[in-house]
Design a protein around this ligand. Structure first.
Ligand code: FAD
Length: 390
């Protein structure tokens, strides 16, 4: 039997939620261990579009929802971290775009009055024209209106790499997780046969939380999965674009982010309504055809004749909500020594960490002394779909 380890907080799941939390805890002097089964960030995190939302997308509904309020502060917190002056030092992380744009094709600008009046966007949205337009929209044929949102887009692989650096020696690649009980209480986990004792255990395993809860014999919280069918297009004619294109409905018609690939070409990653229910129902060929049609209608001057296409199916894992709606904030449930949650958005990873920290504070959990960790098998960093698909 391997030796027993002990730590203050044992985290299961090395996506953005677990890694951000781990870095925050270590910065506050807590001993931590983070267990990852596959690759760091390789679940949802590196499949995300990397937009650090400030809530503008949600304010498109017209009414200001809880989400718009809670998320409004996230761009500032991320910006400070990226500048090296925030709660974490993320100064080496690549910023893909300093702004995300809202683009209304043709005459659609119509009924945006309540949107511009909402708190999440008030004072944070400016119309841009001419050479201030994103490069992909700088064409005489472009007729729409474009607004600059004070939201960032981060390169998620470089974010995950930096968070892994901040994790120091606290990462452990391991697969099998069993509860470790003492006097009828959860005292830690048995990880690949090795006992790890901890003051608190945090499950931040994304969609893996459901199976972990089952193996720990814990019934709540329930999880919901919401599928997406994303499209990737890669080609020499693509210039960077980070924008929600408005349609008639409450969700953007299409959300485009652009990601650098190793050969210098850009990959456009397409989400929004295109990737939701109707897109999920399409097979890969039909989904690519739908995306091709959208782009040729919206951006007819872009030559896609030599572009390569691929799709990616991925599910968003979240706490169950009635009617499968999107939850409003990071979510955390506590059951004694066990804390379980989902950030619900990459942008809300700081909010997820805040919630864990306030539980520790409330329960008087302080950093304790622990023997030094032995050298542990370290999980690798996840690869993006555009690296593996083309
Ligand atoms: P994950 O990144 O899935 O990490 C969970 C980790 O736990 C994984 O590494 C997994 O391997 C590990 N794990 C699972 N089970 C176990 C186990 N038993 N033992 C050990 N480890 C385990 N949010 C935004 O804010 N902005 C966006 O632009 C954005 N775009 C998105 C686009 C898409 C297509 C999708 C699907 C989501 C997007 N999101 C976005 C949401 C965002 O990606 C997620 O909310 C966030 O990445 C979830 O992070 P996480 O750490 O909870 O989960």
């Amino acid at each position: 039997m391997s030796q027993t380890l002990s730590t203050d907080v044992l985290i299961v799941g090395g996506g953005v939620a677990g890694l951000w939390l781990n870095a925050r805890l270590r910065a506050k002097g807590y001993a931590t261990l983070l267990v990852e089964r596959d690759s760091l960030g390789g679940g949802q995190s590196v499949k995300s579009q990397g937009i650090i939302h400030g809530g503008a997308k949600y304010a498109l509904h017209g009414a200001l929802s809880g989400a718009s309020e809670a998320i409004a502060d996230m761009p500032r917190r991320w910006r400070e971290a990226l500048d090296g002056s925030g709660e974490l030092d993320l100064s080496g992380v690549r910023l893909l775009s300093d702004a995300h744009y809202l683009w209304s094709p043709g005459t659609l600008a119509g009924n945006l009055t309540s949107f511009f009046a909402s708190k999440a966007v008030r004072g944070r949205v400016d119309q841009v024209k001419g050479d201030q337009l994103p490069p992909a929209l700088q064409n005489p044929k472009f007729k729409g209106k474009v607004y600059r949102l004070a939201e960032l887009v981060v390169d998620v692989p470089s974010l995950i790499a930096r968070l892994a650096e901040l994790a120091g020696d606290s990462l452990l690649a391991a697969d099998d997780i069993q509860p470790l009980h003492e006097n009828g209480q959860l005292a830690g986990l048995c990880v690949d046969g090795r006992e790890i004792r901890a003051q608190r255990i945090v499950l931040s395993a994304g969609r893996g939380n459901a199976d972990l809860l089952t193996s720990l014999n814990v019934a709540q919280p329930n999880q919901q999965l919401r599928p997406l069918h994303m499209v990737m297009v890669k080609g020499p004619s693509l210039k960077p674009l980070y924008a929600h294109c408005l349609g008639g409905g409450p969700k953007p018609r299409i959300t485009v982010t652009s990601h650098p690939s190793a050969d210098g070409e850009w990959v456009w990653y397409l989400g929004g309504d295109l990737a939701e229910a109707d897109g999920v129902a399409r097979d890969e060929a039909a989904q690519i055809e739908a995306a091709r049609k959208e782009l040729s209608q919206l951006l007819p001057w872009i030559d896609l004749s030599t572009a390569q296409w691929a799709t990616l199916r991925v599910e968003r894992a979240e706490p169950a909500q009635s009617g499968l709606v999107r939850p409003d904030n990071a979510f955390l449930s506590d059951q004694g020594a066990l804390l379980v949650g989902w950030p619900t958005k990459l942008a809300l990873a700081p909010d997820f960490a805040d919630r864990v920290l306030s539980h520790l504070e409330r329960d008087g959990i302080r950093p304790a002394d622990h023997p030094a960790l032995p050298e542990l098998p370290r999980p690798v960093i996840g690869r993006t779909a555009w690296e593996t698909s083309f």
